[in-house]
Every structure is written in structure tokens, then in C-alpha cells.
Design a protein around this ligand. Structure first.
Ligand code: PXG
Length: 304
């Protein structure tokens, strides 16, 4: 009989796309002089595949190329070609339901921070099985806290840029960990709600659906965009507006959105019960609508 250890030894190694080649995980190495590592100088995307289709692939690629353009990082590959590399990586790993991490760094340079020393970008793609929140979190909702760490100023770095600098988010995540909850809300410097460490935030009051504007310090989430549209389809009035903790405390329903979390209810914030203390009916409708969308739409991994 095979033991767990012996079967994992024989398990095939994951193939990583790295600078033009698919290489076994153990050989997928980058230089200690890579500015992605030395300075967080780079951009990334987190993408999902559902049942053999990549959800909103073009939107993720566009956000990546806009992020790169905004920091004058030349990917040196047309977007359509890199899009194919994402599909190639999924195919090579025989994955149909997956989480894809696509990273472009400034590349290898010297110890100074001048990006001109980095002559070509480092591009890698990891396609992995996805670890999700357990289904019980969707049924019962999450508890979250407000972090004391404030969101970086949008005037210092545009929230549109999904950069490799996640220390601001990680500091808030540490607060969530210390508080024993899975997510933390970040306020911006003015005290308005911005977003969570890896998710956007929404609340519902009556038939109104609110989320902070990008200028408040929120990433223009692709799930956020889908939910604004699905909310309107369900007869809600979606609106981007500035709001504070007060609005969440007295909301009917609160939920988070993100590629990993999808649409997930929040039932407790800073130890206060939100709404009925259970996932609200409209949030449940949005969860179903989003799941329906991900099962219907996407770029096939294997062309028909
Ligand atoms: N805000 C931030 C700061 C994010 O990083 C989102 C919102 C949601 O955006 P999308 O496009 O996914 O709907 C993200 C997404 C993780 C993880 O492990 C999540 C993200 C990035 C890195 C890791 O949950 N981000």
C-alpha cells in the first residue's frame, strides 16, 4: 500500500511558465537580483478557471497591462501572446479548476533601485489547485475587523496598479490573524472604507447596493465589476460612494468580493452583529448569480 509520503514523492511536479519556457517547479528559480524581490517592483494578477474555462481572462490581462504601463514596465510580449501562455500553463498541468498567478517583475538588475538597470522583465505563471473558503463560510458568513493600518494613499500609488507591494495589505492581514478572523477592512487616510486585504467590500441598505469608489483606495476588482452588474440585473441600485464604519454597522447586509473569495457574506464586524447576523437574502442571490456566471462564461482552456 502506498503511504502518503511515497505517493507525494511520485506525484508529477507542477510545470511553471518562466520567461518563455514551461519548467518543473523545482527548476523555476529567479535571481536574488530580481527587482520584484528586492523592491516589489512589478505587477501581478490572480485569475480563476472554472470547469475548463478561464473567467474574465481578457479583463485580467487588460488590468495587468495597464498596471505595467502605469509603472513604465514593458512586458515585451503582446497581451494576446501572454494570454495564450496562461492557457498553455493550465493545459500543461491538466487543470480545469484552478487559481492562476501571473507575475511580471522589472527583472534582474543591480542593488540600486534604478529600473533602467533591469533590461528585461521576468514573467512567470503558476497554475495551482485553488484553496477556497469552506462552504460553511458562505452559509454562515464571515466575521471581520477594521484594521488600524490605513490604506496607502491613492495619491502615493494608484489603487489601479496591482503591484507586488502588498505590505500594506499584509499588515492589515496580520491584524486579522491576531484578531482570529479571516479578513480585515482598511480605512483610507480620511477614515472612509477602502477595501479589505484581498477583497472589495459592499453593503446593502433597502434596494441600494454600495461599494467605495476606486479613488477611496480600492482595487478595481473584476469580481466587484461583475457584482455591480449582477446587482443591477437583480433590480438593485448600485452606487459607488464614500462611506464609513457607521454605514456598515447599520447596513442590512455586507459582503466581500474577490477572485479567490467570489461573493462572501459578512455577518460580524468589530464584534458587532451585522443585519440579522445571518447571510442576507440579497447577498445569497448575488452568490448564486455569480456562481451561475462563472459556470457559464470564460475562455475555454482547450479550444473547441
Ligand atoms: N482588493 C485587493 C487589494 C486585491 O488584492 C481584490 C480587491 C479583488 O479583486 P478581483 O479582481 O480579484 O475581484 C484583490 C484581489 C488572495 C489574494 O490570496 C487576493 C488578491 C491578491 C492576492 C491574493 O486572496 N486579490
Amino acid at each position: 500500500m502506498k503511504t502518503k509520503a511515497s505517493s507525494s514523492k511520485t506525484a508529477p511536479q507542477k510545470l511553471i511558465y518562466l520567461n518563455g519556457q514551461l519548467v518543473p517547479e523545482k527548476e523555476a528559480k529567479i535571481s536574488v537580483f530580481d527587482h520584484g524581490l528586492l523592491y516589489g517592483d512589478g505587477v501581478f494578477e490572480g485569475i480563476r478557471a472554472y470547469k475548463g474555462r478561464v473567467f474574465r481572462l481578457r479583463e485580467h490581462m487588460q488590468r495587468l497591462y495597464h498596471s505595467a504601463r502605469a509603472i513604465t514596465l514593458d512586458v515585451k510580449m503582446p497581451m494576446e501572446e501572454l494570454e495564450q501562455k496562461v492557457l498553455d500553463t493550465l493545459r500543461a498541468n491538466k487543470l480545469r479548476d484552478a487559481y492562476v498567478r501571473l507575475v511580471v517583475t522589472r527583472g534582474t538588475g543591480d542593488l540600486g533601485l534604478d529600473p533602467r538597470k533591469c533590461r528585461k522583465p521576468t514573467v512567470f505563471i503558476i497554475a495551482n489547485e485553488i484553496t477556497l473558503y469552506p462552504e460553511s463560510c458562505y452559509k454562515n458568513g464571515l466575521e471581520v475587523i477594521t484594521a488600524s493600518t490605513r490604506r496607502n494613499s491613492p495619491q502615493a500609488l494608484s489603487p489601479n496598479v496591482k503591484s507586488l507591494n502588498y505590505l500594506n495589505n499584509i499588515l492589515a492581514k496580520i491584524e486579522a490573524n491576531l484578531g482570529g478572523v479571516p479578513e480585515a477592512i482598511l480605512l483610507n487616510l480620511e477614515g472612509y472604507i477602502a477595501e479589505c486585504t484581498g477583497d472589495n467590500i459592499f453593503y446593502i441598505r433597502g434596494r441600494n447596493l454600495y461599494t467605495p469608489p476606486i479613488a477611496a483606495g480600492a482595487l478595481p476588482g473584476i469580481t466587484r465589476e461583475c457584482v455591480l452588474k449582477l446587482g443591477a440585473d437583480l433590480g438593485l441600485s448600485p452606487e459607488e460612494k464614500l462611506f464609513t464604519s457607521y454605514d456598515l454597522y447599520v447596513a442590512d447586509e455586507v459582503f466581500l468580493t474577490g477572485t479567490a473569495a467570489e461573493v462572501i457574506p459578512v455577518v460580524k464586524l468589530d464584534s458587532r452583529v451585522i443585519g440579522s447576523g445571518k447571510p442576507g437574502p440579497l447577498t445569497q442571490k448575488l452568490i448564486r448569480a455569480f456562481r451561475d456566471l462563472t459556470s457559464r462564461e470564460g475562455v475555454p482552456i482547450t479550444p473547441a
